[in-house]
Design a binder for this molecule. Structure first.
Ligand code: NAP
Ligand code: ZN
Ligand code: ZN
Length: 349
């Protein structure tokens, strides 16, 4: 089927309207009419060719929610009319240890929702800035939030799971002091989720203007990271720091805030390397520096169900598809509270 989409023909070109083709549903496929798609900073990195290997035309978008419009004849878990989501993964090998453990995000054969090889035209996957998507049922998530929250659920499919997975893996909960660095799309979800998991949460921001707002998100305290005195007050005190910053910055200044055996996990993926760390930042207190990539399908469902049960959604600004280029510029300036979401109805013109 031909559908309307938004994408770019080259890394130095703006996003423009495109017509793309979606395959007819195979036996295990779910066809989804996309209602909303969140705008992740990874979309910008990818479509502008900031990471190696972008193939064009590039249609970004991996925070997808919508309604099932058709299913293949072998699909029993979903039916037409169901509210569903699709995140960053649309396929994987289904045979390796990672797939067996439900950590398809670490499968060497993971197929991303955009920019990954596929037999479908044009030979690489095209994402959620589009009217429709067809996905194997294994990679489709059930949405249990009320329908009127659907637009604000979309960012959970990447920003939500990318912060949930490390918070759970590093056992964040009551009695733990947790830092969340960067209050953007990912960071604001990290604050909400760490707070809901029962941790003491300190938000780190470069933006003085986000101080009050971060408290409203659930932070117990806010540190403006350019303020040395505020930083020094927290030295050697954190169990865990989740770092979502999308640009190179001084990691040593943050590692110094971890107590003995504390860990900082990087989820931000800047196009150029960080200037640090100094090995002494790690060895003096047996600290760890780690990374984490989105999350697996079972834990994504766990996160969605946790959020539905706790009334958690993203704070969003709804835009029309033709506003995407301006939205990218504003995202680069940190001028969004806290996630743009495309209303897919605007793709119809
Ligand atoms: P975002 O909405 O743009 O938020 C990033 C935040 O980082 C900004 O709001 C800002 O927060 C802070 N920041 C930006 N530039 C900075 C600088 N030069 N110095 C210090 N802080 C700065 O982006 P996002 O969508 O949350 O994504 C964040 C990063 O995670 C991106 O690199 C994205 O590609 C990556 N990502 C990774 C995964 C994964 O699986 N690991 C998944 C999704 C996204 P303040 O204003 O509060 O300082
Ligand atoms: Zn993302
Ligand atoms: Zn696999």
């Amino acid at each position: 089927m031909n559908v309307e989409a938004y994408g770019a023909h080259a890394g130095d070109q703006p996003l423009v309207p495109l017509k793309i083709t979606r395959r007819s549903p195979g036996p295990h496929d779910v066809q989804i009419d996309i209602a909303f798609c969140g705008v992740c900073h990874s979309d910008l990195h990818q479509v502008r060719g900031e990471w190696a290997g972008t193939v064009f035309p590039c249609v970004p978008g991996h925070e997808i929610v919508g309604r099932v419009s058709a299913v293949g004849d072998q699909v029993s878990t979903f039916k037409a009319g169901d509210l569903v989501g699709v995140g960053c993964i649309v396929d994987s090998c289904r045979e390796c240890e990672e797939c067996g453990d439900g950590l398809e995000n670490y499968c060497d054969g993971m197929i991303g929702t955009y920019n990954s090889p596929t037999p479908d035209a044009p030979g690489h996957t095209l994402g959620g800035y589009s009217q429709q998507i067809v996905v194997h049922e294994r990679y489709v998530l059930r949405v249990r939030h009320p329908e009127d929250q659907l637009a604000a659920v979309a960012p959970l499919l990447c920003a939500g799971i990318t912060t949930w997975s490390p918070l759970r893996h590093w056992k964040v909960g009551p009695g733990k002091k947790v830092g969340v660095v960067g209050i953007g799309g990912l960071g604001h979800m990290g604050i909400k989720l760490a707070h809901a998991l029962g941790a003491q949460v300190v938000a780190f921001t470069t933006s003085e203007s986000k101080r009050e707002a971060a408290l409203a998100l659930g932070a117990d305290e806010v540190v403006v990271s350019r303020n040395r005195g505020e930083m020094a007050a927290h030295r050697k005190s954190f169990d865990f720091i989740l770092n979502t910053v999308a640009a190179p910055h001084d990691l040593d200044a943050l590692l110094a805030l971890l107590k003995r055996d504390g860990a900082m996990t990087l989820v931000g993926a800047p196009a150029t390397p960080h200037p640090s760390p100094n090995v002494f930042s790690l060895i003096m207190k047996r600290r760890s520096l780690a990374g984490s990539l989105i999350g697996g399908i079972p834990e994504t469902q766990e996160m969605l169900d946790f959020c539905a049960g706790h009334g958690i959604v993203a704070d969003i600004e709804l835009i029309r598809a033709e506003g995407i280029n301006e939205a990218y510029e504003r995202m680069l300036k940190g001028d969004v509270k806290y996630r743009f979401v495309i209303d897919s109805a605007s793709l119809a013109g």
